[in-house]
Design a protein around this ligand. Sequence first.
Ligand code: F6P
Length: 356
Amino acid sequence: MMKIGLLTSGGDCQGLNAALRGVAKTLFKAVPYVELYGIQDGYRGLIECKWRKMKLKEFSGILREGGTILGTSKQPYRTKQDIDEHIDANTAAMIRNYQDERFEALIVLGGNKTQKTAFTLSRNGVNVVTLPKTIDNDLCGTDYTFGFDSAVTKAVEFLDAIHTTAAAHGRIFVIELMGNKAGWVTLYAGLAGSADVILVPEIPYSLGSVIGAINKRIQLGKGFSIIAIAEGAISREEAAMSTGNQEFEPEPGRASSGAKLVRMLGEKQNQDIRLLVPGHFQRGGAPTPHDRVLCLRMGAKAGELILRRQYGCMVALQGTSIGYVPLSDVAGKTKTIPPDSEVLEQARMLGISLGE
Ligand code: F6P
């Protein structure tokens, strides 16, 4: 008999439930050979022994539901010292609980930090299969993560709606989108939502260049401008002063990239400027059909890998196929937009300013 633990960890995104359904539908075919246990609130549930045996019917009607029926939690540590003090003890507790419960394997749905922890567990004898979840699309080893398409769709709703009011008032709108280290959501939403300026963390921006793009539009008789800025985007001056510490997420409530840009533009530009921060709206609500299909296919693949006892890997989208990659290819890496990205080049060809 195979006792499989299932958990969702890190920030939520659309499609987690769809992926859980894909896993469950596949694995329940092997009942009674397989038993599925839902671990509550991510790794915290594994540390605190909070899990329960699940029935197939619990995975019904959840395909289009946002959030996660298992709950989730994020790593609470923000400093290196915190990490040093807690990670080892937590890892030891997870391994001990996994062994005591006689789990055969864990299926873990998560983003960067989750994958890193999964790799640590895997190197310590825990059988793990992971799925690539994050709106940020910043996981290596997979062409796309699930949640990304849904977040872009949400962001585009904002960009589309803002166009009419921005045009009516001849205003500049700065729309700050999620993505601390990687600007995928901002780049794709900016393109799909017809932003005039797209600012991503990968390309520190020049304020002069942003103002130049706005003034060029004014000369063309377009009195309004839409700027899509990633929350992790910084100016060239900030980049020059940066310590380069990318390890931790910024504190909640920090001065946002959008607010900084609005302040700087306000000092130079004699025009009404407004800031819009859709925030967690981008992670909420139903997954898009594209994400639903991706999640179901990835969930089915995870089930298949478990039944084949193929462990230590992450399910991945490879072109149009669903495959898998070793966790060592994923853990501790971030997939940012490459400088030679075709999408960046095509944005430039379209006349969109990237603040360069
Ligand atoms: O990693 C996903 C993400 O949505 C980032 O884009 C964002 O910076 C962060 O999570 C926000 O996290 P929290 O849920 O802690 O506010």
